[in-house]
Ligand binder design. Sequence first.
Ligand code: BTX
Length: 324
Amino acid sequence: TSIRQQLIEALSGAGGEFLSGQTLAEIIGCSRTAIWKHIEELRKDGFVLEAVRNKGYRIVSTPEDITENDILFGLETDKFGRNIHYYESLGSTQKAAHQLAYDGAPEGTLVITEEQTSGRGRLGREWYSLSGKGIWMSLIVRPDLPPQQAPQFTLVTAVAIARAIEEITGITPEIKWPNDVLINGKKVVGILTELQAESDKISSLIIGIGMNANHEPNDFPPAVEQTATSLFIEKGEKIPRARLIQAFLKNFERYYSIYVTEGFRPIRILWESYAVSIGKRVKATTVTGVIAGRAIGITDEGVLRIEDDEGVIHNIYSADIQQT
Ligand code: BTX
């Protein structure tokens, strides 16, 4: 076995305790410089390793780990992600979260899985959720708001995701109304917001997020290989998924609180700073037909505005958008 592999095994076997560079060098039978070099390599590959002088190294998480403890360690939120349901495999985290919400799970509850066997997108579409490569999760939110405001949460979520991706990878993604996050024009994240409502009040929102984190190019099925990408493909380095989840939860908590206290406007401004289609010609396919024109922005309600060639402004509540 390689030094790298032995190093991973030694650190993982230490059960979260520190091991000094000297000890590691002795166990593995190499120089301390070699240990140090491999520690740096592991960091680049998404391992989170804590180094403390006089104590040595300790493994905090591997790029593979997204269990409850991996997410809780270093999580900076008060509420979001504090209650985690982790599964190795699920049909859909949406389905599991709906049931939990129905049974009274508190706001901030997160359902997360390594793999989805029937991950879903909007309108019954499929969401490919390969095992171990992505972040497939659903968040339960219980805002004290009327159901009409539910779609705005897709935009709040998109902004929180864009920020988290920036923080973790240094790449600034683009947002495509209403629910796609793109890098270099390819889809890296999809968002699905579903509602449980009483007559005039949201009882819970189930916000589903699918992030392609560590996929390699041939991990995508032919149906999406031209249109999908992953953070690993774009960045060239493995993504520590737990860190990305933490960054998302922190940003979501922050923007959610801004939204609830100050309204949608500040979110709209942030959202527009990431938006790709604004100012461009687009084609919106809605359930009632196709509208072509220039996307001029979103309203304070989060509704997309398109000005057609006659100068008529259309408010788009739900559609698929293509840039033309
Ligand atoms: P959407 O309807 O906007 O996009 C779905 C479309 O995106 C598919 O028809 C396909 O063309 C493409 N697609 C499918 N899988 C991928 C992928 N992995 N990467 C890029 N493109 C893809 C978007 O719906 C909302 C997706 C939400 C997914 C999350 S995962 C956790 C939660 N559980 C669940 O079942 N869904 C949500």
